[in-house]
Design a protein around this ligand. Structure first.
Ligand code: SF4
Ligand code: SF4
Length: 429
């Protein structure tokens, strides 16, 4: 089986196909700390792509409440259990060697366990081994897209949630958070690896992963193989479907929004009420498949420079391209399992953001057009305090975003301007 380099794992890994890199990669950063669970993103996607017969349970974008929620139910718990059992059978452990952090090549250290591709090689069924360790959810697991909404683990302080000791930060004892989920348009997609018909492909121009509806025969191998459970089977057409990353928008083909033909954000991103999403395209190095250095691309800055945004379950091995700023008050052991060993550093950066990070965070959900580059104009100091015992200052800098053509599309200050409505218009809209 060919070997490919997975920078999120800091090592080479087995994958059924040779490395092939797109020119650009569809990617996004979601800030879990800001999500209010309103599901506007879910509805924006559904009303665009999955409103027809046979698509009733298809939520290409869903927002689930962790730790209990999941769509399909308990998808990640089930996958983690399968992976854990595979390690037990081999007498190994899924550990990370964080001491082997080495710049961009292995920013989180080196993963020493098995990925879903490697674990699959060890498991032989009646038809030989599968290409990716997975499972096929039963129909009832797709029934309730938002089961356990806003449900927190029980609180040690008793039924009224009152504790004599109070809460000791930085972790809350009772907690939940919203996890926004779409297809990760993975660098090494397990859906693509698992498809016996070669009906799934990754587009060379933007890394978007699509299912060819003509070639698909509905074997559901992609549903079984995707660890994130994002391909979904449609009973009326008997083929699988999945998130298409709103590719006509990425191609700039919506004349109503972009008469100048520049790429615009996907619907779930553009509709986000909480301003938690920033979507973009990152340039890929032809030879290595790594992100080409692009210091002023906001996604490159957040993921590669500040490392404040992390991949979801990197240990699965698909190199997902949706990144998350982890929720700051959630127990760290839970977060380390979910986002890998970069969690502590990411939260530290988020809690006391650098001057540049604070400015870049303003860009989330500020324009429909994709921001390819930003610039910052320094402003004056407006606030001083201490964070975790260290001095921290806030500056009213101005951040400017530019589209693919280099045209300015947004200009924001760190301090939001306040507009006072004149008394004579108090009740008018
Ligand atoms: S998230 Fe699943 S469906 Fe999407 S590209 Fe990755 S493996 Fe395929
Ligand atoms: S629209 Fe934004 S804030 Fe609302 S649930 Fe979706 S990601 Fe969260």
């Amino acid at each position: 089986m060919p070997e490919v380099y997975n920078w999120q794992l800091g090592r080479k890994m087995h994958f059924p196909y040779e490395e092939a890199h797109p020119k650009w990669q569809f990617a996004a950063v979601f800030n879990t700390n800001r999500c209010i669970g309103c599901q506007t993103c879910s509805m924006a996607c559904k009303s665009t792509w999955t409103f027809s017969k046979g698509q009733e349970y298809m939520w290409w974008n869903n927002v689930e409440t962790k730790p209990y929620g999941g769509y399909p139910q308990f998808w990640d718990v089930k996958l983690l259990k399968l992976l854990e059992e595979a390690h037990q059978r081999e007498g190994t452990e899924a550990t990370w060697d964080a001491s082997r952090r080495d710049g961009g090549k292995s920013p989180y250290g080196v993963y020493q366990g098995m990925t879903i591709f490697e674990a699959a090689l060890k498991r032989y069924g009646p038809e030989g081994h599968t290409r990716a360790l997975g499972y096929l959810p039963a129909d009832e697991e797709w029934r309730a897209p938002n089961l356990y909404e806003d449900t927190a683990p029980s609180y040690e302080g008793g039924p009224l949630g009152l504790s004599k000791e109070g809460v000791s930060l930085p972790e809350h004892k009772t907690w939940f958070f919203h996890l926004q989920r779409i297809c990760n348009h993975c660098t090494y997609p397990a859906c693509l690896a698992a498809c016996p018909r070669k009906a799934i492909y990754k587009r060379p121009e933007d890394g978007i992963v699509l299912i060819d509806q003509e070639r698909c025969r509905g074997y559901k191998k992609c549903v079984e193989g995707c660890p994130y459970k994002k391909p979904m089977f449609r009973s009326t057409t008997r083929v699988s479907e999945k998130c298409v990353a709103c590719y006509p928008r990425i191609e700039g083909r919506d004349p109503h929004v972009t008469p100048d033909g520049v790429p615009i954000e996907a619907r779930c991103m553009a509709a986000c009420v909480g301003k938690i999403r920033l979507q973009g395209l990152v340039k890929i190095e032809e030879k290595t498949g790594d992100w080409a250095e692009d210091r002023r691309n906001p996604l490159y800055f957040l993921v590669k420079v500040e490392r404040v945004a992390l991949p979801l379950y990197p240990q699965f091995g698909t190199e997902p391209n949706i990144y998350y700023i982890p929720p700051r008050w959630v127990p760290r052991s839970y977060l380390r399992q979910m986002f890998g060993p970069g969690v502590d550093q990411a939260i530290e950066k988020y809690v006391a953001p650098s001057r540049e990070l604070l400015a870049v965070l303003q860009l989330f959900r500020s324009a429909q057009k994709i921001i390819f580059r930003y610039e910052i104009i320094e402003g004056k100091k407006v606030f001083e305090t201490e964070v975790a015992g260290k001095p921290w200052a806030m500056y009213n800098d101005t951040v400017i975003g530019f589209d693919r053509n280099g045209d300015e599309i947004v200009r924001l200050t760190v301090e939001e301007p306040v507009y006072v409505r004149p008394a004579k218009h108090l009740n008018s809209i």
